[in-house]
Ligand binder design. Structure first.
Ligand SMILES: [Zn+2]
Length: 315
């Protein structure tokens, strides 16, 4: 344990330095300690990434993410339109183990892979997607549905290219980012995901990057993207800025246990580190709703009713 803490402590202080550097430009933010006991068992916390092993100062605010989505309290908004994703697989560039998750990164220098519609007024560019997952299938997602945890959650991160010229600019601003969240359940093998799973052993250690091309992120979306919840929130990793329009899909996708096992074979640690730590439980604890409204694009009272052609036209 002595050796472990001697590794964690410098890493934690380095992460804290990075965090401070990231939020330095954010003036007049009230600060508070991260409440690590909320929503997480001591056992899970003991396994968590040093980034969340407090005390750690994070930006205050009442629009933090992730949250629990209480389905019966979400408000149906008939103005919410279907999502329009237009992804060009040729903009896929590389996969990077950043020591907390793996990022599949896209060329975002032009409007080639974009997201519009839904709750959004502007056009948003895809810059990367990544996942959060647990060490077991019993937990791992960041958002929950009526307190129900999923084994993993996909985040497709987009920035507002109508209003801003760079991700780094958009991340600090109101209405700067739009993130699609998709819950993963364990079941059938996901054929689209497999190409990515096959590439992961090459980026086992923190800091490794490999070329990864021609991957269409649309294959990771559920078949129904019309039904979603949306709310105003934050990034769930530093700098935790409250710049995100969250779009959480109602329908989950399925992946196999073996595919998730490959996620769990990645490492938080670099090749040089003496004690290697598995990349698991890379999620943030839940944050209070603080009076925010979660809107839904679908009416909970109609959701299971089979639609006939006639019904569709009458809507
Ligand atoms: Zn995320």
């Amino acid at each position: 344990m002595v050796a472990l803490s001697s590794i964690i402590r410098p890493l934690a202080s380095q992460l804290q330095r990075n965090l401070v550097r990231n939020i330095r430009s954010h003036r007049n933010i009230p600060q508070r300690g991260c409440n690590l006991t909320a929503c997480s068992s001591k056992y899970v916390l003991s396994q968590m990434h040093p980034m969340w092993q407090g005390p750690l100062v994070v930006p205050g605010g009442d629009r933090q993410s992730p949250i629990d989505i209480v389905v019966r309290k979400s408000v149906f908004d008939s103005e919410l339109k279907p999502l329009l994703t237009n992804y060009d697989p040729r903009t896929c560039q590389q996969i990077w183990n950043n020591g907390y998750s793996f990022l599949v990164e896209y060329d975002d220098t032009a409007d080639k892979s974009t997201l519009e519609g839904g709750p959004l007024q502007d056009k948003f560019r895809l810059c990367q997607f990544h996942f959060h997952w647990g060490e077991s299938n019993a937990w791992g997602s960041e958002h929950t549905l009526d307190r129900r945890l999923f084994p993993a959650e996909l985040h497709l991160v987009h920035w507002n290219s109508n209003k801003y010229s760079l991700f780094e600019e958009a991340v600090m601003e109101e209405n700067g980012l739009a993130v699609i969240g998709v819950f993963l359940k364990v079941g059938k093998r996901h054929e689209g995901l497999q190409k990515l799973v096959d590439a992961l052993p090459a980026i086992r250690h923190k800091g490794s990057v490999v070329e990864f091309t021609k991957f269409d992120p649309a294959c990771l979306l559920p078949t129904n993207t019309d039904d979603y919840w949306t709310y105003h929130g934050s990034l769930t990793t530093p700098p935790l800025t409250e710049s995100v329009t969250w779009i959480v899909m109602k329908q989950h996708i399925e992946v196999s246990h073996d595919q998730l096992a490959v996620f769990r074979s990645l490492l938080f640690t670099s090749a040089e580190e003496e004690i290697q730590r598995s990349m698991v439980n890379n999620f943030r604890v839940q944050q209070p709703l603080c009076g925010r409204t979660v809107r839904s694009s679908f009416s909970p009272f109609l959701q299971e009713a089979p639609l006939t052609g006639e019904d569709k036209h009458s809507h």
